[in-house]
Design a protein around this ligand. Sequence first.
Ligand code: BJW
Length: 234
Amino acid sequence: MTSIRNIVILTGAGVSAESGIDTFRDGGGLWEQHRVEDVATPEAFVRDPDLVLRFYDMRRAAIQTKAPNAAHDALARLDREWPGELLIVTQNVDDLHERAGARRVLHMHGEHLNVWCTACDARSRWTGPLIHRPGCPECGEAALRPDIVWFGEMPYRMDEIFAALEEADLFVSIGTSGAVYPAAGFVRNARELGAQTLELNLEPSQGSGWFDEARHGPASELVPAWVDEVLAQR
Ligand code: BJW
């Protein structure tokens, strides 16, 4: 590994799989149990809000019973100890990076434990259900929706992500299938901007061929080993 200072890490559902949170596209994953267009689009929310709210109430409750695994712990250690710039861009809507202690985390697809008021535009922390149409903590209107980026909506904080990619010496993608854009395109953006690129995933992702190096296996093994390696060459 040549000298690196600035790191951007993209994480996906595979990082949380060993914590017991379902991925989307693996066998038995969420999209085998639910049609995307029924639960993860703004049109679905207009068509059948009860179905969508129940789906997210169930998952919001479930993530609160899960705990970070060795991959989250290792990334939190890297965040604490890495002296250069570091940004963990996560597609995950759970809070396991933060519960492991990571601070430099950006949730590009939103967060289960936030709600977004479509009346006053406020975002608030929320741990309970939404199915009974509670009022917004800020304005009182019963206009809350999950603060999740659905298909067709713009992911969050893209300017910050691209600014970090421009400065990155190393881009690492962990536990993501490379099926969903714009995140799936970050490896190509990073390469064009001059970064080295590394994939850590259970199996080759859809974009595996774009990475300078790919290592395959469970995140709970690959990530701690890679973090040891990168911290050793500080
Ligand atoms: C392990 C493991 C272990 C398992 N260890 N690994 C046609 C072409 C191109 C793009 C489009 C198109 N038509 C539409 C689009 C755009 C669309 C899109 O990409 N669609 C594709 C399906 C084609 N994208 C959007 O709409 C996005 N918005 C957008 O593009 O706005 C316009 C724009 C333009 C330009 C710039 C910026 C913006 C919004 C996408 C929103 C995604 N939202 C979701 C759902 C949230 C709701 C919810 O949570 O219910 O976010 S989709 C779902 O997929 C979720 C995830 O964050 C995302 C990515 O999934 P992820 O994390 O990769 O999970 P999996 O399951 O796919 O993969 C897991 C991987 O882990 C696997 O590889 C396993 O092998 C591995 N693994 N165990 C290590 N133990």
